[in-house]
Design a protein around this ligand. Sequence first.
Ligand code: AHG
Length: 337
Amino acid sequence: MQEMGTTLSSFIIDEQRKLGNKASGEFTGLLNDITIACKGIANLVNKGDLAGVLGVTESENSMGDVQKKMDLIANDLFIDALQNNGHCAGIASEELDEVLSLPEGKPRGHYLVTFDPLDGSSNMDINMDVGAIFSILKAPEDKENPTAEDFSRPGTEQIAAGYCLYGPSSMMVLTTGSGVNGFTLCTSIGEFILTHPNMKIPEETSEYAINASNQRFWEEPIRQYVADCVEGEEGPLGKRYNMRWVAAMVGEIHRILCRGGVFLYPIDDRNREAGGKLRLLYEGNPMAMIVEQAGGAASTGYERILEVAPNGDPHQRVPVIMGSKNEVEKIVAYHNK
Ligand code: AHG
């Protein structure tokens, strides 16, 4: 008999069972809602111009980024999948200025969901990697409409995080706090199948990812680290480095989960006032949880990302240095010098 493999839903049900808890099925239902949104997005991303989803709109998000057509479509697909099934109590999206309350009369669940529905969306029009990133927190009890303050919690309080990479194949990578597992979308049956169990980031690496065109804006520790990487075998790091830049964090972190590396989006003179480029709630925290769960490390250069104190703004930004543990520690040491 031909076997289908372990589907994402059966994997989650099994994990819940192992916890031996009185799982109500709500968390499984919530992950299923997210999966449905991701499958819908994967389908459109895959069709590209045939589905008329390329190009920009006339609107901007709260950060002043011009929104692409697919940013808005992906955002709508996430909201639609999440607000109707009674598994979550509130939603925060990188594409929305404010946190979103569920419509009156809709059943409320016990979870808050934050997401970046289409990370790296400038890659859309050139047929390169894009992805979705999400994070799940416990909702406050007895609060019909959670506010921004309720989402303002350190990353250590996340109970699950994941991303869906829309690349040559679509992959969902997920942690619920006990390791990281990767599932590949089988388009013939429309299911994510477990293909990458227990993903681990190698501790050592000689591959880094940074937008080197920002060099003149960097702080000294980053400038020095990259200069030392470029010096290769003859420099103080004593080895030859390779560099990659996908321009979508999902793609960078996926590569790092598969073969190691470090990804850096540091604070610099252009983004200092904002606190960095990437968003703590939608990018920093979920990716830091995944990376740490896979044995890697995630730091701002000065502190663990998961311990960064939220300031109440759902669009708070954070400097990001994450990936192979020993390399991240080396970069942190440059900051402590
Ligand atoms: P967006 O989701 O707005 O397209 O942002 C992408 C982020 C991140 O995923 C990526 O690593 C970085 O921005 C790319 O930045 P550069 O524009 O500096 O290449």
